[in-house]
Design a protein around this ligand. Sequence first.
Ligand code: ZN
Length: 157
Amino acid sequence: MADIFRRHGPAWRSANAGRVSLAQLKVMSAIESCRTAALGGHVERCEDCAHVRIAYNSCRNRHCPKCQAIAAKEWLADREAELLPVPYYHVVFTLPAAIGDIAYQNKAVVYDILFKAAAETLITIAADPKHLGARIGLTAVLHTPGSSPGAGSGARR
Ligand SMILES: [Zn+2]
């Protein structure tokens, strides 16, 4: 995306002047300059072989695919580090479509209820001797429409 923006961005900006918001222009600029000399950087040198590498700074914009890929990777590594040496199961709770609009307008309230209800359900059923008879732990991740796992738009509790 950065290559496309760098190559066609200037022409696109002038063709769409006045129709692009300042916020959108800022995102484009961040993506174009992410990990280039424009944002500065530093030189890394191996102490053993003296190999030198130039590392340019990231834009850290939440819309930048490069930065978000790094953030997703770090998030996954952090979750992996929390895993216990026990079996894990993937369980999906879905909001009924009729609640979709209410959830969109009241994200904090509705998702808080969803997370609490899902956690209570799993803990209660797992504790039942007819099922697992165990005290469990869980990691809950919100997938909103259009988001992909670990893409950064998810929330964790
Ligand atoms: Zn970036």
